[in-house]
Structure formats: structure tokens, C-alpha cells
Design a binder for this molecule. Structure first.
Ligand SMILES: Nc1ncnc2c1ncn2[C@@H]1O[C@H](COP(=O)(O)OP(=O)(O)OP(=O)(O)O)[C@@H](O)[C@H]1O
Length: 309
């Protein structure tokens, strides 16, 4: 088994009641292991507890109970080392408006105790495409540029683990591509990546492993292919040659007409073989002009797990 980049055991967080608002349990016994070198997706509906979890990892929110170890360092025993091993690109675009990108990175490097000789501010600005803005005030940067700068900030102390909290929410295609290319590059260089996203297609494409959080609990955690295999559902879509007065039928088959004239036959791959589906089509006297299959995607898995409640 690969080493764990992050190990979380029985993590809970209850925000205290304030000014009339009741207390809120945002994390309710979360246990997770993020393997070294993974691109790990943290998914969940709004309010599921993702930001709370990330903020605890980043040392910005205090947990109520449980254990968190980052790069082998227990947060309670070794807070400095565990903080040094992780860099977080937050969701909010909060930057000091009077610092230039270069100053921002230098200040961040100072906070993390990176010696001058080992600072790479110019190189990092180049990587995120901000070299020409190195000396512009942060308040003059566009939203996309601020996001690039936040990523740059997360990289300053060269952490082993990089957390990106919804990095591509509301960004244009060019920036999204740059961010994903950067994630791939960092991962190829050996970094462990944790990201939250609302774009399930992206999680499906980018992540080796995915955990789905719902109401502060982990409701699923698996490799992406295994998570997708869970639904065990397939749909065969055929375009018939000619009229189809009677739809095919058979055990375990759900059959429907589509508006474009296609016929969709859904079945569970564990119970029904494709051959049996084809047999049902032939038995109904249908000749097939065209056929394709549809498999469930992450969105189906996600909805299946989070729909109830
Ligand atoms: N500082 C706080 N005080 C009280 N409750 C909070 C606080 N921060 C978050 N919560 C509550 O904890 C729960 C989890 O919030 P969190 O922000 O972690 O969810 P999330 O999964 O990141 O959601 P989103 O995708 O919308 O960012 C929510 O019910 C939220 O209202």
C-alpha cells in the first residue's frame, strides 16, 4: 500500500451556537486516507462540510475531536510540520489589495520561513502566467488573475500536498485549462492533490480517487472507476430501421421511446447480459440501423448517493 499523504480519523466539527443561531455539526466522524501521489476529489452538495474539512487541514479551523495527520505529522503533536506539508488555494479571492503579486509571494514565503536563497517567486509567477503583472497592485488584477495568484501563494513553500478548493468555479475556459494543466504538472512532479469541484465531469476526468461527503459524513470513497461501476446500470440505445409498433420486453429490462425515435433499453449488467437485450430486440421483430450504449457517469452516482435527504 502507498504511504498516506493525509490520514483522518473520526474527525468531528461542531460550530458553536452564536447570537440565536443554533450550533451546527459540520463534520460527523469523518475518516479518510489520501494516498501519496493521488489526485483526490472531495465532492458533496453545498453545505456538506467540504470547506470545513479543508480549513481544518489548512489549520484555519479548529476541529472538535478526531485525529488528523498530514504527511505523517499529527496536527496536535507537530503543528508546524503538518502545516508546512500542505498548501491551500482557497475559494475566496481575498488578497491584500496594496501588495503586488511579487510582494504577496515574498510575504507568504516569509510567513512560512522560506529562506531568501530558496525563494522562487519569479519562477512561480511565470508558471501561473502572471510574470507581466508581477509589479501591479493586487486590486487591479482581474478575478482570473487573482485566482492564479492564490494558486501561486499555495506553492510558495513547495508543499508536498496541494489543496484546491473549487479552483475552477466560474472561471473561463482558458483559465480552467491552465489550472488543470497545472494540476497535472504538479501531480506528475510527485505532489499529492486534493480538490473540490462542483463539475463532476472534471472530477471524473482528473481524480484517481473520490470521496463523497454528505451531511458531514463520508458516504462513498473509492477509486473513480470503482465508484462509477457501482451503479451497475447500462442503457442500450438503438435506432430501428422502420416502424416499431410493439416495444421489446424481457426480464430486467426497462424500455422507453426517445423523442428522436430511438429506443432505450436499460438493464443491470450484473443481472442481464447484452446478448439477452439483443435477443429481446430481435424477438420484437426490430431490425437495428444503429446501436450504442450509455454508461452511468459520476453525476448519476452522486445523485444516487445524495438524493435522499
Ligand atoms: N463558521 C461557521 N459557523 C457556523 N456554521 C458554519 C460555519 N461554517 C460553516 N458552517 C456550517 O457548516 C456546514 C458545512 O459548511 P461547509 O462550508 O463546510 O460546506 P461545503 O461543503 O464547503 O459547502 P459549499 O460547497 O457550499 O462551500 C453548513 O451547514 C454551514 O452552514
Amino acid at each position: 500500500m502507498t504511504e498516506a499523504a493525509i490520514e483522518i480519523e473520526g474527525l468531528t466539527k461542531t460550530y458553536r451556537a452564536t447570537g440565536g443561531a443554533p450550533g451546527k455539526t459540520a463534520l460527523d466522524g469523518v475518516s479518510l486516507r489520501v494516498p501519496e501521489g493521488a489526485v483526490f476529489g472531495l465532492l458533496g452538495p453545498n453545505g456538506a462540510g467540504k470547506s470545513t474539512l479543508i480549513n481544518i487541514l489548512a489549520g484555519l479551523v479548529l476541529k472538535t475531536s478526531g485525529r488528523v495527520a498530514i504527511w505523517g505529522f499529527d496536527q496536535d503533536v507537530n503543528p508546524r510540520n503538518s502545516r508546512a506539508a500542505i498548501g491551500v488555494m482557497p475559494q475566496e479571492l481575498n488578497l491584500d489589495p496594496f501588495f503586488t503579486p511579487r510582494q504577496t509571494l515574498e510575504v507568504q514565503a516569509g510567513l512560512y520561513g522560506v529562506p531568501r536563497a530558496r525563494r522562487r517567486s519569479d519562477e512561480i509567477l511565470e508558471t501561473v502566467g502572471l510574470s507581466d503583472k508581477a509589479h501591479a497592485y493586487a486590486r487591479t488584477l482581474s478575478g482570473g488573475m487573482r485566482r492564479r495568484l492564490l494558486l501561486a501563494k499555495a506553492l510558495v513553500h513547495d508543499p508536498q500536498i496541494i489543496v484546491l478548493d473549487e479552483p475552477t468555479a466560474g472561471v473561463d475556459i482558458e483559465l480552467r485549462q491552465m489550472l488543470w494543466a497545472e494540476v497535472r504538472r504538479l501531480n506528475a512532479a510527485g505532489k499529492t492533490i486534493i480538490l473540490t469541484t462542483h463539475y463532476l465531469e472534471e472530477a471524473e476526468e482528473m481524480c484517481d480517487e473520490i470521496a463523497i461527503i454528505h451531511h458531514g459524513r463520508v458516504v462513498a470513497h473509492d477509486t473513480t472507476p470503482k465508484l462509477l461501476a457501482r451503479l451497475d446500470a447500462k442503457t442500450m440505445v438503438i435506432h430501428p430501421d422502420g416502424e416499431v409498433p410493439v416495444l421489446p420486453s424481457g426480464p430486467g429490462l426497462e424500455v422507453a421511446r426517445r423523442p428522436d425515435g430511438a429506443i432505450a433499453l436499460s438493464y443491470k449488467t450484473s443481472q442481464t447480459k447484452a446478448e439477452a437485450v439483443l435477443e429481446a430486440i430481435r424477438a420484437a421483430g426490430i431490425s437495428i440501423r444503429d446501436v450504442r450504449t450509455e454508461e452511468p457517469d459520476l453525476e448519476d452516482v452522486f445523485l444516487d448517493l445524495t438524493r435522499a435527504g
